[in-house]
Each structure stands twice: as structure tokens, then as C-alpha cells.
Write a protein that binds this ligand. Structure first.
Ligand code: GLN
Length: 327
């Protein structure tokens, strides 16, 4: 069954989700990265980006927060776009780990694969793949340019966050070198880790995350700028990776509850992709024990439930065609 919705219905759902969730107090800011502990916990915003380029936004949707693990999504697409989906599957993998994002055990258990580009190990490995290999500045330009293409606007590193993360990323250092041990890092390990740490420290707004998600939902063409950003055949590949492991060890619970392929970051952001329909995002710093924003999960679950966005549902939600303007 097809259910047509229009922009106004989405605006209403986003507003209602905001009202329902704004007083939620569960969770706690990440504190293993000192900068994140000091971000105001009451910030909260929800955004959606529709195929006609309208960006719906309620709450703190212009606040720049650390993209963190949501950055694993653009880098995975970039690596697939530069090589191929198959090569990323061969070099990194596409499996759920069922373990925390920074798990070393996951690497030991599957020592011929970092499992997926959406956990720390696979993301560091994906950063090592990004071309031009051996050229830190060139890689960084590729990654930032790609994120800006997806978001349709400029992004910058939050310097204080980058310093805070670089000073404390001992576990990630072990991961980078363990990958080297298994021949699963494709550039200098320290440089690949630095690129990963920098990309996690990029500041984004909920509006930008929603637009990035909408570009994926729209088959690689940014609905705001109308520019093609990546090969259309990669859209279902990245959506499947997000559905498989986007919430780490809580991914099954999330997918069971909402049916929405989405990816979280410890900065408090979540972006969700409704293939062929829209991108949604929410931001609120306090996290659950797996590192996923409590309030953002509730907000997106409400929007997904209310608009029938479940990709496994028997009712397919599509945007209604716009009425032609009257002469
Ligand atoms: N889940 C996350 O957002 C983790 C990202 C963070 N930069 C880390 O490597 O630990």
C-alpha cells in the first residue's frame, strides 16, 4: 500500500515530536572526550529535509555539535565512490559486530575484517583507503569536500574538540595499530587515525545532518543544491550498513522499534535515511549506555512511527507530488 504525505504533514510530525520529547531527561553526556561533557545537556533540535529541498527545523537546529560517529557514513560512501562497494566489502566488510563502537574484541574475533566501516575500526580503515593515499592534506580535502557536498553547506572542525579527542584517544591508537597487524589498514596508521579523529571533530547542525541524510535518500543527489554527490547505486549500500550497525549493540532494538536506517554519534546527533523519501535528524547530547542520544532516538522514533517511515512496513510512505502552481 502507498501512503502519500505532504510537506505540511511532515512539519506537523516534527513539531509534535519536539513537544512530546522536549522534557525528556534520560541519559548523560559523553565524558570520555572532555569537550563533550561540557556541551549544554538541554540542547535539542529536530530537522527533516524533503525531496523538494525544504528543510523543516524545530528547536536548536543551528547549534554546531561534534558530528562524531555520524562522520563514518560519509567516509564509507566516499571510499565506495572512489573504489567500489565490492572493494569496501572485501577490504572492510558489512557485518554487525553486536559490540560497542570502540571494541577491540570485535577485531580479534573477526581478525580478517574490521567488520563494517560504521564502527571505529572500520572507520579508521576507511579513512586509510580514502584517496589520495599517502597524502594527509589531500585526504582531508576529499573528506571535507564530500561532507560539504552531502550537507550542501560548509563545515569546519571544532578545534577544541579535536584537541580534546586527540589528547585522549588511546583506545583508538590501539585499534589503528591492531589493524596494521592484520593488514587491514591501507595507509600510515597514525595518519589514518588523525584523519578519523579530525573528521569526528567536525561541527555540524541538525539541519546539515538532515540534508546529508536526504542526499542519501535521494540517490546521491543533494535535494537542496541539486548537485550529484555520489553514484546512485551506493545509496542502498550505505542505508543497509546504517540499518545493520548504526546503533552498535542496540541496533536490533532500534530497527525493531522504528524500521529506520540511522546512524548515531556520541556528540548527540542521529541521522536517519528514508530511502526515496526524506532525510531526518535530531540532536540532544545526553546518551544511553551504548552512546546513542536518548532524546534524539525518542524524537526520531516518534516521527518514524507517526509518518509510517518503517522500511519493512507494508505501507510505503511517499511524498505527494506538488500541485502545479495556479496561473
Ligand atoms: N560513537 C561515536 O560517536 C564515537 C566517536 C569518537 N570519536 C570515538 O572514536 O570514540
Amino acid at each position: 500500500m502507498i501512503q502519500k504525505i505532504d510537506n505540511a504533514t511532515v512539519r506537523e510530525a516534527v513539531q509534535q515530536a519536539y513537544e512530546r520529547c522536549k522534557n525528556e531527561t534520560g541519559g548523560k553526556n559523553a565524558d570520555y572526550i572532555p569537550y563533550l561533557a561540557n556541551v549544554p545537556s538541554n540542547l535539542f533540535g529536530i530537522a527533516a529535509c524533503l525531496p523538494d529541498g525544504e528543510v523543516i527545523a524545530v528547536g536548536d537546529t543551528d547549534y554546531k555539535f561534534g558530528i562524531e560517529s555520524v562522520s563514518k557514513v560519509p567516509t564509507a560512501i566516499l571510499a565506495m565512490n572512489q573504489y567500489s562497494a565490492q572493494e569496501m566489502l572485501d577490504k572492510i566488510g558489512a557485518d554487525a559486530t553486536g559490540l560497542p563502537f570502540n571494541s577491540i574484541m570485535a577485531i580479534l574475533l573477526e581478525n580478517d575484517h574490521p567488520s563494517t566501516p560504521l564502527v571505529n575500526a572500520g572507520a579508521i580503515s576507511a579513512c586509510s583507503m580514502v584517496k589520495p593515499v599517502g597524502d594527509s592534506d589531500g585526504k582531508w580535502k576529499s573528506i571535507v569536500g564530500f561532507i560539504e557536498g552531502l550537507a550542501g553547506s560548509q563545515v569546519e572542525v571544532i578545534d577544541e574538540l579535536y584537541k580534546s579527542e586527540t589528547a585522549t584517544n588511546f583506545n583508538n591508537k590501539s585499534i589503528a595499530w591492531l589493524l596494521k597487524n592484520y593488514n587491514r589498514i591501507y595507509d600510515d596508521p597514525d595518519m589514518s587515525l588523525d584523519i578519523y579523529t579530525r573528521q569526528c571533530s567536525i561541527g555540524v547542525t541538525a539541519k546539515q545532518l538532515a540534508t546529508m541524510a536526504a542526499t542519501i535518500a535521494n540517490g546521491g543527489v543533494n535535494p537542496v543544491t541539486k548537485q550529484p554527490v555520489f553514484k546512485p547505486e551506493l545509496a542502498p549500500k550505505i542505508a543497509s550498513l546504517m540499518a545493520t550497525v548504526g546503533f552498535y549493540e542496540h541496533t536490533g532494538d532500534w530497527l525493531f522499534t522504528t524500521g529506520l536506517p540511522a546512524k548515531t554519534g556520541v556528540g548527540g546527533g542521529i541521522m536517519g535515511v528514508v530511502p526515496g523519501v526524506m532525510g531526518v535528524a535530531a540532536f540532544a547530547p545526553p546518551l544511553d549506555e551504548a552512546g546513542n542520544s536518548v532524546k534524539a532516538q525518542k524524537a526520531l522514533a516518534y516521527v518514524a512511527g507517526h509518518l509510517n517511515l518503517n522500511i519493512f512496513g507494508t505501507t510505503r510512505c511517499v511524498m505527494a507530488e506538488k500541485e502545479p502552481a495556479k496561473a
